[in-house]
Design a protein around this ligand. Structure first.
Ligand SMILES: [Zn+2]
Length: 391
């Protein structure tokens, strides 16, 4: 299908979406979030944190997991740095169909004090704006040419073809094609990346009707990057196992990453991989968990999962300068509490096998403005917050 045909196919739905987004925007102006969000009786810090550069000066046997916000994470391990593609531009509802590129100032501010510019690999789970749209600006934030590889679905690589190899901005690019088989070419020495075929829950349900934005694929390499946030199409959805390896190549820590919600029947971790090691940390996508069957329970049960980081929770349709609040219309304080309770129900206190080693009550006193809420087996990360795990 040509780009023109793809454009034509999208247009009939565009009017409906435009109307929906205008309605949402009006709602946003009417509902003015004022008071702080509480999770498990703990106050969620009001604002994005400034990253602490000392949080990355750790011994080689500490795994560093840094939350940039939305689906964005950085993982530092044995001197290497991996990114789960961060997004800072927060384009907003009103501009969703308008031509606009990354907010470069927001990207530079968002990666400040982190080893972003040393990243050797970028993972993307699907092609939506909040996962792929800031990648074209990463070089402006210091990610030097040739050094980083990109693993993303073929739609994302086609949308961003003008900045992908053989052009100069990235070392290599690879689209997962096989479920459960590690990717070798683009990977890093201390990591093993295994793509897992997954799914994308509806973005929102209103009056019993489900909506998923920007569905579709891009099947040919494009000469320019997408013009509007709505032009970033979903493509196939992948989850990833991110295995941290010791010097002998043994898996010593296993992260399961999802940047979209999928139910028990639509996503899985192959048993032969779990025979090798359980999941130490599940990086969750919280918004939409209530639209699917048994998420997060299925990940915790299948993977004998040791800890859950409740990612992607904050509203990325508003500027990062504003007060943090859960994603409008999809999440709420009540739903965040439901999610944490469901994690605890399936992983009762004492049964978690992993926990961050830098979140004691000394590190994070009650209602600290520097730490998100947490329980025995879960934490709600604040954008800019860093977790240390000792494999
Ligand atoms: Zn999405």
């Amino acid at each position: 299908m040509t780009p023109d045909q793809q454009q034509a196919r999208r247009n009939p739905r565009k009017t409906l979406w435009l109307l929906l987004f205008v309605a949402i925007a009006i709602t946003l102006f009417i509902i003015t979030p004022g008071c702080s969000v509480q999770l498990a009786g703990q106050r969620v810090p009001a604002h994005v944190l400034e990253a602490d550069p000392d949080a990355f000066n750790v011994a080689d046997d500490v795994a560093v997991l840094h939350y940039y916000g939305v689906g964005g994470w950085g993982v530092q391990w044995r001197g290497e740095y991996l990114l789960m593609a961060p997004y800072f531009s927060n384009h907003g509802f009103l501009g969703f169909y308008a031509d606009q590129g990354p907010d470069i100032e927001a990207v530079i501010a968002g990666v400040n004090n982190t080893p972003f510019s040393e990243a050797g690999l970028i993972l993307v789970g699907h092609g939506h704006v909040d996962h792929a749209a800031d990648i074209p600006s990463y070089h402006a934030a210091g990610l030097t040419t040739d050094q980083a590889g990109v693993i993303a679905n073929s739609t994302t690589l086609n949308m961003l073809a003008s900045i992908m190899p053989p052009n100069e901005r990235f070392r290599c690019a690879e689209a997962p094609t096989t479920d459960g088989v590690p990717i070798n070419d683009c990977s890093l020495a201390g990591f093993r990346i295994t793509p897992l075929s997954s799914a994308h829950a509806p973005n929102v349900e209103i009056l019993g009707k489900s909506f998923t934005v920007s569905e579709g694929t891009v099947d040919q390499p494009q000469h320019t990057i997408p013009q509007s946030p709505a032009d970033y199409l979903l493509g196939a959805t992948w989850a990833y196992l991110v295995d941290l390896l010791d010097a002998d190549g043994n898996v010593v820590f296993r992260i399961h990453y999802m940047d979209a919600v999928a139910g028990a029947a639509e996503s899985h971790v192959p048993a032969e991989l779990l025979a090798e090691r359980d999941i130490d940390v599940h990086i969750a996508c919280v918004p939409g968990f209530n639209y699917v069957d048994r998420y997060p329970e299925w990940v915790i049960e299948q993977g004998n999962t040791g800890y859950v980081l409740m990612g992607h929770w904050e509203d990325f349709f508003r500027s990062r300068e504003k007060r943090l609040k859960p994603v409008t219309l999809v999440l709420s304080e009540g739903k965040l509490n439901d999610f944490a309770e469901r994690v605890e129900d399936v992983m009762p206190a004492g049964q978690n096998r992993s926990r961050p080693v830098n979140k004691s009550t000394d590190d994070c006193p009650a209602d600290s403005e520097k730490c998100g809420p947490r329980g025995e087996s879960w934490a709600l990360p604040v954008p800019g917050e860093t977790y240390h795990f000792r494999p």
